[in-house]
Ligand binder design. Structure first.
Ligand SMILES: [Fe+2]
Length: 399
């Protein structure tokens, strides 16, 4: 018996080391979401081919696009391959095939204009304990066919405690496998992911360097704060709430420049992990104070309309806020990260000056944009609407 256990331990391959490429394959953007698509996939360490084939469904011939691959950190037994398809047409379907595979995958680029409504989903605190609640929520979100998903940190809980500090590859692998399997829209298109970094991606949680979040940076690119511009209609600013870059200083200077750029876009949003306006924890925790001091005045000055926060494991919507107080032209903060977690009891909205609505629920936010309106619908795991909020698009005043 002992011999058999020994044999099973040493003859079994390491987790995920035998896989076909399509088992982990996901989409994101490094550049213009209307004309590019970044495709990433995992293989074993023998597979070095990076060239995908791509075409529109109605075209006969495939076009080859070359990419790169790199080994993952901490001797994880895989290559991560990356291809960026460029010069694509907006709002257009594409098929692609990974090297050596016959299976065809589908995606659709983002539209360049808002002639039709555009819908995306936002959520955070995803694969927390077991994979089932995470996957259940993935399927629920995918059933609304969002054009992309904004995942605001605490993605795979690969670093589970502040002290032990291991960044566990098996958590990332399971997360990516589930994502690959579940995140397809009703037409079969793979749904791209955009992420913000959370404390559970980082050894030490706060005030660290990118070197302490090697898997996160491998899987999602070299920048934990960045801006994506969609056509002429949406400016999305992704920030790092003191996990691998400080809130004040360089990141805040960059934020001011980015929000200046965003100002000519009718829809202006920001996303990050630790909230400025918490629904569960204390108002005075370090990161929340720093965000209110350094970022919130910029959100207000440059008329960001909505901010997506996470980390608290409940639902919240604040009043429109200026200087922490309700104001008709203020910024609305949504949150608070309860994708795959057991929801916590939040503060009561009627007793908390900045909160308009809270609920203890596993939920995500659907955001729908048109030229005239933006609507935010918080939906729980059963598909029930737990909150709905809309704003009219108004031409911004000069700052
Ligand atoms: Fe968190």
């Amino acid at each position: 018996m002992r011999y058999l256990i020994f044999l099973a331990l040493f003859v079994s391959p390491p987790l995920g080391s035998i896989l076909n490429a399509a088992e982990v394959c996901y989409l994101s953007w490094q550049n213009d979401p209307t004309t590019t698509m970044t495709i990433r996939w995992l293989t074993d360490l023998k597979t070095t081919s990076d060239e995908i084939e791509i075409k529109k469904p109605q075209e006969e011939s495939w076009k080859k696009v070359a990419g790169t691959h790199k080994a993952l950190p901490y001797d994880a037994p895989h290559f991560l391959h990356t291809v960026e398809a460029t010069a694509l047409e907006p709002d257009t379907s594409y098929q692609f095939r990974l090297p050596g595979e016959t299976e065809t995958h589908l995606f659709r680029t983002m539209p360049a204009t808002l002639t039709k409504p555009v819908r995306f989903a936002s959520g955070g605190d995803a694969y927390h304990d077991t994979v089932e609640p995470f996957e259940e929520m993935c399927k629920k979100i995918a059933s609304y066919s969002p054009r992309f998903i904004l995942l605001g940190g605490d993605i795979a809980y690969s670093v589970h405690t502040k002290r032990s500090g291991d960044d566990k590859f098996d958590r990332w692998f399971t997360f990516l496998q589930s994502w690959t399997r579940c995140m397809k829209d009703s037409d079969g298109n793979m749904i791209p992911i955009l992420t913000a970094i959370g404390n559970h991606e980082v050894k030490g949680y706060y005030n660290q360097t990118p070197d302490q979040a090697k898997f996160y940076y491998s899987f999602f690119g070299p920048n934990s704060y960045k801006q994506l511009l969609f056509g002429k209609y949406l400016a999305l600013t992704i920030l790092d709430s003191n996990h691998t870059h400080p809130i004040a200083g360089e990141q805040t200077t960059w934020l001011q420049q980015s929000l200046r750029t965003a100002y000519s876009y009718p829809h202006r949003f920001a996303v990050y992990h630790v909230p400025a306006y918490p629904s569960v924890r204390y108002f005075r925790i370090r990161e929340s104070c720093a965000i209110r001091k350094h970022w919130v005045p910029l959100f207000e000055r440059y008329s960001v309309q909505a901010v997506f926060e996470n980390h608290e494991h409940a639902y919240k919507r604040t009043h429109p806020l200026v200087k922490d107080e309700e104001h008709p032209d203020g910024v609305v903060y949504f949150g608070d990260g309860s994708w795959g977690v057991k929801p916590r009891p939040p503060k009561k909205a009627w007793r908390t000056s900045y909160l308009a609505k809270t609920e203890s629920a596993r939920q995500f936010l659907l955001v729908e944009l048109t030229n005239e309106n933006r609507t935010f619908t918080a939906t729980d795991i059963t598909g029930k609407t737990i909150d709905s909020y809309s704003q009219k698009v108004a031409p911004p005043e000069k700052f």
